[in-house]
Design a protein around this ligand. Structure first.
Ligand code: ADP
Length: 427
């Protein structure tokens, strides 16, 4: 599944980047050709201007000397340049009167309108091999004393332009596939990177689902076996009651597990700031502390709370925050033997509201400390199961604290006790 998604991502990336590359390469190529052609046109125009000016000067001299102009006298005045393919002079009636060319096939009348055009010329060399040559032709009107005296047509081979364009094409033909290959490899690499968080989230979800199903299997089996025994006749009133009580206990524990799972799934990520209330943390913790006095007495534990006199205001979702503190406190009560002590403190430390739950209980082995906030993680599975724990209490507490942009930490020593600390930003 992930390999396919990665491939799709890589293909999409290569396709989009490749299309952009090809469009840019085509635009670049077009601009290069245009630029070369423009330079060539400037050269051609310069040549035609020079020739036209030369002719105009000669005709002016002729008029001065003879009183009239004779265009045929221009024969010697239009020197053929080696850079040009031909020079043609047409009279006002567009009839050819003069031409210099290596190409014998010359049109007797002017066929093209003034301006530039690109032409393909086929010719045979000395060995009789046919050659195709591209030329650029320019036709201009030439006037003398504001009177049209004819048309000048010159042309030059596009050899230099073609070699530059050919070089550009060669570079593109080589560069574009190589760049496409690099884009493909980059796409594959980026696809892998992009898939990483999804893959991690998927694996986490799979583990979570497997753990949750595993945890639910045992109580469901217990409900089933108790119900099956209760159904076997003859019905004994006390046995039936015992089985039903078992079913109620197991169902309660299952409902607790499901409530916890729902809580975990609902409160992922930061809490919406608009839903948070300004609460007095001292008051909230005092209420929790009161609720635990009775349990402390029944468990024979010394339970004390140290709360500041003045209020500490924080932004929080009170029910969720209460749940996080209760989870820590109920663990402290669960894992502290009789005659031990549990302390609940609230204080302010470097612009943070701090809640500490300290116990003198069994403590947590060092190697388990990095894992205890993971879902379904239990240090001592047997003991935890006896106390009704699913290994979700700390995961829920951590998720709630992180959703409040806070931090939860632990310090613990086996046989001596643990201190859990929640830090929350002050208002
Ligand atoms: P559980 O519901 O099993 O208590 P938690 O997520 O609350 O699950 O705790 C995870 C594990 O961390 C527990 O199984 C327990 O072994 C250990 N633990 C948590 N709090 C304490 C504590 N105060 N003292 C000793 N061990 C603790």
């Amino acid at each position: 599944m992930f390999a396919r998604s990665r491939r799709n991502l890589a293909n999409l990336f290569a396709l989009s980047m490749g299309s952009i590359l090809i469009v840019f390469a085509a635009i670049g190529y077009y601009l290069r050709v245009e630029d070369e052609l423009q330079k060539f046109d400037v050269f051609l125009f310069g040549q035609s201007k020079k020739i036209a000016e030369n002719a105009q000067r000669l005709l002016y001299l002729q008029q001065l000397q003879m009183g009239e102009v004779d265009i045929s006298a221009l024969t010697n005045a239009l020197p053929m340049s080696s850079e040009l393919s031909y020079i043609r002079w047409y009279n006002v009636n567009q009839q050819l009167i003069l031409f210099y060319s290596n190409n014998k096939a010359v049109s007797r009348t002017l066929t093209s309108a003034p301006g530039y055009q690109t032409l393909q010329i086929n010719s045979n060399d000395q060995q009789g091999k046919s050659n195709t040559e591209w030329i650029r032709e320019l036709t201009i009107k030439v006037a003398h004393n504001n009177t049209l005296i004819g048309y000048l047509q010159i042309a030059a081979p596009l050899t230099t332009v073609r070699s530059t364009v050919d070089r550009a094409r060669f570079f593109l033909a080589l560069g574009v596939p190589v760049t496409l290959g690099v884009i493909g490899i980059t796409g594959w690499f980026l696809g892998g990177l992009a898939m990483q968080p999804t893959r991690r989230a998927y694996e986490q979800l799979q583990r979570f689902t497997a753990d949750a199903s595993h945890e639910l299997r045992a109580p469901v089996a217990a409900v089933l076996s108790n119900a099956q025994v209760a159904l076997i006749p003859p019905f004994d009133e006390s046995e039936l009651r015992f089985r039903l009580e078992n079913i109620v206990d197991v169902a309660k524990s299952m409902s607790n597990l499901i409530a916890n799972l729902l809580l975990l799934s609902r409160h992922e990520g930061n809490l919406d700031a608009s839903g948070l209330k300004n609460i007095n943390l001292v008051e909230l913790v005092a209420n929790i502390s009161n609720n635990y006095q009775e349990q402390a007495t029944s468990q024979n534990l010394i339970f004390t709370s140290q709360l500041p006199e003045e209020a500490i205001t924080i932004k929080a979702e009170p029910d969720l925050l209460k749940q996080a503190i209760v989870n820590l406190l109920s663990n402290a009560f669960k894992y502290t033997p009789a005659n031990g002590s549990v302390k609940l403190r609230v204080l302010v430390q470097s612009r943070q509201a701090v809640i500490q739950v300290e116990d003198s209980g069994i403590g947590i082995p060092e190697q388990d400390l990095p894992n205890i906030f993971e879902r379904f993680y239990r240090v001592d599975t047997v003991r935890s199961r006896q106390t009704g724990g699913f290994g979700l209490g700390l995961a829920i507490a951590q998720q709630i604290v992180q959703a409040h942009q806070g931090k939860i930490t632990v310090n613990s020593l086996v046989g001596q006790g643990s201190i859990f600390q929640i830090e929350l930003p002050l208002m």
